[in-house]
Design a protein around this ligand. Structure first.
Ligand code: TRP
Length: 333
């Protein structure tokens, strides 16, 4: 245990996480919580940069919160809270906006991608999204930020903002380091193995959602796009579909690709695909069941969220106070 170090990560409640999110991120969150102080946030403030329907947002925040809880991070070392319950995020974001350059934000590839995708709603929140992300991270004095490859640029910017702020006011903010998992970060769509599995994919056939039931998981695996030939062999270039299923299987049962090839040598795709579905379900079903219990007791969930927001605030408040003092805001007496 290295309680000196703090981990922070955020997940957007845009859709339920999928098996790639679990294997690449959530599973790792649990491991990290055995070693470090971990702060995990359902980042609903981030999600409104794209229009959300209120009822759907409420449901997805509860579902994501329940799923994260159900993964079983070490409770003594983990704070799990809903971002909008802690107003300090918005306050620090405003402050850090003044330490972030227009040019820097213009260069963010996610901003460019999302602007292209939502051309009718290129709002200022979408533009300053990475500043809110920087605020999330420095608010908890995070040393380590587990993220996917796609968030590297945002983390680099968070570091630059913290360094710039410290350059003006002294060592106030902790400069974070990214932690990018080697494995599981690249689970591809079952329907199109040339694209990453995406929780917001309009085609559900490509996505093994953490909320899918056993039948759905097995059906989707059976229908997964595979390659010509009949051999279960790991070759991401020639056989991207089969290789992706092998990766899922290997991560679920804890075997490397060689061992998976051996296990299915001489068997066709059919038996292999069924085995992938069963392996995925056996990893996800206990989590799904636990999450369902939480979702079915909303009063208990609400109480937990409120307590956790209080614990998050207790960490964030002193950091925000140091920032306010450094800038020269008069304390409210
Ligand atoms: N932008 C991240 C994503 O889309 C989510 C996020 C928000 C985040 N704030 C964060 C991740 C802080 C790590 C740290 O995946």
């Amino acid at each position: 245990m290295d309680p000196q170090k703090t981990v922070f990560s955020g997940i957007q409640p845009t859709a339920a996480p999928h098996i790639g999110n679990y294997l690449g991120a959530l599973k790792n969150y649990v491991e990290l919580s055995k070693i470090y102080r971990c702060v995990y946030s359902v980042v609903d403030l981030h999600s409104i940069t794209v229009r959300q329907d209120p009822e759907g947002l409420r449901r997805r925040v509860r579902e994501l919160y329940a799923l994260l809880l159900a993964c079983g991070p070490e409770p003594r070392n983990t704070v799990l809270y809903v971002q909008s319950h802690v107003p300090a995020h918005a306050e620090l974001c405003w402050i850090l906006n003044n330490f972030t350059m227009f040019g820097e934000l213009s260069r963010m590839t996610q901003f460019k991608d999302k602007s292209a995708k939502h051309a009718d709603n290129i709002n200022a929140g979408l533009f300053t999204y990475p500043v809110l992300q920087a605020a999330d991270i420095v608010l908890y004095g995070a040393d380590i930020v587990p993220i996917g490859e796609d968030q590297k640029q945002h983390l680099e910017l968070a570091r630059d903002i913290a360094i710039r702020f410290n350059g003006v006011y002294g060592e106030i903010l902790t400069v974070p380091e990214p932690l990018i998992p080697k494995l599981g970060g690249r689970i591809m769509s079952l329907a199109d193995p040339s694209h990453k599995m995406d929780k917001s994919d309009p085609n559900p056939a490509g996505v093994l959602s953490m909320l899918d039931d056993r039948d759905a998981i097995i059906k989707k695996c059976k229908r997964a796009v595979t390659d010509s030939g009949a051999e279960v062999r790991y070759d991401p270039v020639e056989k991207p579909g089969v290789s992706n299923l092998m990766t899922i299987y290997g991560l679920c049962v804890g075997k490397d690709m060689q061992a998976v090839e051996k296990e299915f040598a001489g068997q066709g795709y059919g038996a292999f695909k069924t085995a992938v579905g069963e392996a995925a379900d056996s990893v996800l079903s206990p989590i799904r069941a636990k999450a369902a219990e939480y979702i079915q007791t909303p009063a208990h969930l609400d109480k937990l969220m409120a307590e956790e927001a209080g614990r998050a605030e207790a960490i964030a408040e002193p950091v925000l106070r140091r920032v306010r003092d450094a800038i020269g805001f008069l304390p409210r007496k």
